[in-house]
Design a protein around this ligand. Structure first.
Ligand SMILES: *[C@@H]1O[C@H](CO)[C@@H](O)[C@H](O)[C@H]1NC(C)=O
Ligand SMILES: *[C@@H]1O[C@H](CO)[C@@H](O)[C@H](O)[C@H]1NC(C)=O
Ligand SMILES: *[C@@H]1O[C@H](CO)[C@@H](O)[C@H](O)[C@H]1NC(C)=O
Ligand SMILES: *[C@@H]1O[C@H](CO)[C@@H](O)[C@H](O)[C@H]1NC(C)=O
Length: 272
């Protein structure tokens, strides 16, 4: 074999191998660099997404804080309103009871008024019949005094002159007058005194008509509580246990309150 061509061939092969190595290196360098670029871009992308998500997270955290506070607020408002509601419910219950009470009171008053009115009407009817009697086939005629009572000034007087068994002590006579919504006569002036004397029918001596005057604490006192001011109207002293009678033409006399006499009642006249 020839040595010279062998050497040349070996050099050529070496060149070829070197060229292939160089080519491969260039190729791989470019592939790796491309790959690196991609990874870098992706990394940037992920970093920016991470930043966004971080911001969003921060946002949501702050919203959560706010909503928590609001929730607490609403819970406390709810508690207050619940308490108020309970209060109002209990107040409502009270007012309902009160209302029921007032309604029943109102009903009672209504009934009372109706009864009072009936009483008033029956009194009015009694007064009309007593003071304004209706003679047969005639119109009603009103008088200041009831039948059996004599008018004098603005009063009515009833002269009670029963037979002996009907005569009464001063106290019993007074009871009789009171039973007729009147009292033993209290004489206020000279005219009435004369009127009473004029109407002390059939009296004489110590046989007269009780008037509303009796001795009390050493004074002559009227049944209305006043003290006799006209001392000339009776001469005798006011000795306890003594009462006064009116005697026709003889004036007044002091006799024992326990004696039995006729009597004169007095009440206000109706003003027509
Ligand atoms: C409930 O009523 C009471 C008195 O009745 C009062 O003191 C209290 O403040 C009331 N509470 C509310 C929440 O209104
Ligand atoms: C209702 O009236 C009765 C007595 O009539 C009384 O005892 C009660 O306290 C009253 N209730 C109210 C809520 O006013
Ligand atoms: C009953 O009469 C009196 C006066 O005597 C009067 O004041 C009262 O209002 C009357 N009552 C009724 C229900 O009419
Ligand atoms: C009392 O009777 C007399 C004589 O009868 C008479 O003149 C006088 O008017 C009468 N007075 C009274 C107040 O009745």
């Amino acid at each position: 074999m020839n040595r010279k061509p062998l050497k040349a061939t070996a050099v050529a092969v070496c060149w070829v191998i070197l060229s292939v190595i160089m080519a491969l290196r260039i190729y791989f360098t470019s592939v790796i660099s491309e790959h690196n670029a991609k990874l870098s871009a992706e990394n940037q992308n992920l970093t920016s997404q991470n930043t966004k998500l971080s911001a969003e997270n921060q946002n949501l955290t702050s919203q959560n804080t706010k909503l928590s506070a609001e929730n607490r607020n609403l819970t406390s408002q709810n508690a207050k309103l619940s308490a108020e509601n309970q209060n109002l419910t209990s107040q409502n219950t009270k007012l309902s009871a009160e209302n029921q009470n007032l309604t029943s009171q109102n009903n009672q008053l209504e009934t009372q008024r109706r009864m009072e009115n009936e009483l008033n009407v029956s009194r009015a009817q009694w007064s009309i019949d007593a003071y304004c009697p209706k003679p047969q086939n005639q119109n009603r005629q009103c008088k200041a005094c009831q039948d059996g009572w004599l008018p004098s000034q603005s009063s009515c007087h009833e002269i009670n002159n029963p037979d002996v068994p009907g005569k009464k002590t001063w106290e019993k006579a007074r009871e009789n007058c009171r039973g007729k919504i009147s009292d033993l006569v209290v004489i206020v002036d000279e005219t009435e005194k004369t009127f009473i004397s004029n109407n002390s029918w059939g009296s004489s001596g110590t046989n007269g008509y009780w008037i509303g005057l009796r001795a009390e604490d050493g004074k002559w006192k009227w049944v209305d509580g006043s003290v006799l001011t006209e001392n000339s109207w009776i001469q005798q002293p006011a000795t306890n246990g003594q009462c006064v009678i009116s005697v026709e033409k003889e004036g007044w006399k002091s006799v024992s309150c326990g004696a039995r006499n006729r009597w004169i009642c007095k009440k206000k006249a109706l003003s027509l």
